[in-house]
Ligand binder design. Sequence first.
Ligand SMILES: [Zn+2]
Length: 387
Amino acid sequence: MSAAEVTITGQPDTPEAQRYNRIRRWLGIADFASGFALLIVLLLTQWTGSLRDLAYRAGFQNYTVALVLYVVMFMMIAKLIGMGLDFYGFRLEHSFHLSNQKLRGWIWDQVKGFLVSVVLGTIVAIVLYSIIREFSEHWWLISWAVFLGLFILMAQIAPVVLFPIFYKFEPLQNDDLKKRLVNLSERAGTKVRGVYKWHLSEKSKKANAALTGLGNTRRIILADTLLDNYSPEEIEAVLAHELGHHVHKHILKSIGVQAGVTLLGFWTADFVLHYAVDRLHMFETLSDFANMPLLVLVATLVSLLLMPALNAYSRFNERQADRYAFRSIPSVTPFISSMNKLASQNLAERKPSRFVEWFFHSHPAISRRVEAAEAWTKPQAAAASHS
Ligand SMILES: [Zn+2]
């Protein structure tokens, strides 16, 4: 490792990086708080009931048509309330020189994103309330099983159906990188179905890489912003990390964890819904879809409470994938330099406070990942000097 990298690692975060990340965190908190406030207002004022009545009148008194209209209106209100913050987020990326996207392109992405969420939200609502109507006693257990199936399906089709709505992908053409990946895979005794170039540069200046999909859609995606600016050894280090996720079956394990979280969520939703119907008489029946904000509220609170635990689990997986990379690449030096490059390029905080890392971060702090890589080389260097 060169002296330059030691200084970079040891440096505190730039005021710019600190400011950017602080604003982003507050933006996230404001977004959460405004969504939360909307749910509370809809429930306390009983406007959710007025919205349901409106949906029934517009939907010819048909349950399913009214349900769909309710979902669309509900999501439109939420989008209108969150739009200012979304736009602020767009401006933020530009003011820190992290985005290339034109306003027109951004608006188009917002429209597409909203349509996709309306389609998915409508499907979820129809499935959920059909089950509630049919099986009022064990609806939460049946819904959980059905949603687990939907979840696995989504993980599988996301790389081929969802991601291409927003980004272009193409199979990686670079022969040198392909050879490096084949070598890595052979050493791991496994195969990843493909490596794809992810055209991120038309929207962002940040770099990224990921393992996505399930079964025959499982693939590593590498942003062009990474492919164009990193050395072959650095990209190999990133590939080795993603391969580590694959070897340790992290996507499958995360779905397992998510299954547990969802079961807890549905059980809580059943409890809360019964309380609201039987005790508080807020709704006449469980299948009255005016109770939807209450269900969303339960889901939101359960995810919030479990967020630190889920992030800790994710950081555990990331450390495992890093260690896999250290083992499988000839030297950790390019791993360390790729981490430092990523931190600068993405304006990431190398050393967030313990609390920020614990609560918000799905990845270990860059400083800690670099320290782990340095620690990894020490025993090996000692062994080498003895021989
Ligand atoms: Zn990772």
